[in-house]
Design a protein around this ligand. Structure first.
Ligand SMILES: [Ca+2]
Ligand SMILES: [Ca+2]
Ligand SMILES: [Ca+2]
Length: 244
């Protein structure tokens, strides 16, 4: 309570009520720094994941599903010609590196995919790969303010899922979306059915399985946490000097 009174006295910038004491701040900072160190250690030991001719960092895959629109069907492929639908969540179908799960839509739908333990960076060449199942189909992709139809190359690597369906590759280049060299993104919106102006009754939906960054910076959230801890330390030091 003494600490809270001190902050109340020093306050003005922060509201006194509900403000944790300095001891709590120090605990929070300790936790932030600890988590950051754990995250960095985990990153250092991560083994890359190979899919076909591509190699990805372990954190390179989409991590979460954001906003969705329309009716989205999930599927898993478990054996030749066996595709149970809607047995898993959209999140489970599209995050991570599993090529035996994905989604399709029979009507216009959009899915926002988020990168939370890595950030995609625009380096020379292709930056993201969207793996897509079956007949090679296009996907409407929105990054930032730009929406482009990305075609899919049929089965370049001879990849198949457990059902025997072919796995195709859509290459996404961030230059095409107006992202500067070295620019970062953490959100991609895919529109499965259909491109602008196309007939929804005839345009075939693509069937995304995995979205992965070839050019990826791991652990931005951990680094941000670390930066937050440092900023809090600096802030506390500044407050202490100010109060002295
Ligand atoms: Ca990731
Ligand atoms: Ca999947
Ligand atoms: Ca690029």
């Amino acid at each position: 309570m003494v600490m809270i009174s001190k902050y109340r006295y020093c306050g003005g910038v922060f509201k006194p009520h509900g403000l944790p004491g300095a001891a709590m701040f120090r605990k929070l900072i300790g936790a932030c720094v600890g988590l950051a160190m754990m995250g960095m250690a985990g990153t250092a030991n991560a083994v890359p994941i190979s899919i076909g001719s591509f190699t990805f960092d372990q954190t390179a895959f989409a991590d979460a599903v954001g906003t969705t629109t329309g009716t989205i069907t999930t599927f898993v492929t478990v054996a030749p010609a066996t595709f149970p639908t809607n047995t898993i969540s959209i999140d489970a179908a599209l995050t991570g590196s599993d090529l035996n799960s994905g989604v399709f839509c029979d009507e216009p739908c959009t899915i926002e995919l988020l990168f939370t333990d890595n950030t995609v960076v625009n380096r020379v060449g292709t930056d993201l790969i969207l793996f897509e199942q079956g007949t090679a189909e296009s996907t409407l992709v929105t990054i930032g303010e730009i929406e482009l139809l990305i075609s899919s190359s049929a089965n370049l690597d001879g990849l198949e899922d457990l059902s025997g369906a072919l796995i195709n590759i859509s290459e996404i280049e961030l230059d095409d979306f107006g992202i500067a060299s070295g620019g970062l993104i953490s959100s991609v919106i895919i529109d499965l059915n259909f491109p602008i102006g196309a007939d929804p009754d005839t345009f075939p939906s693509s069937d995304p399985l995995v979205l992965a960054a070839l050019n990826s910076i791991p652990e931005p959230s951990t680094l941000a946490l670390f930066a937050t801890g440092l900023a809090l330390l600096a802030f506390l030091g500044w407050r202490r000097r100010g109060a002295a």
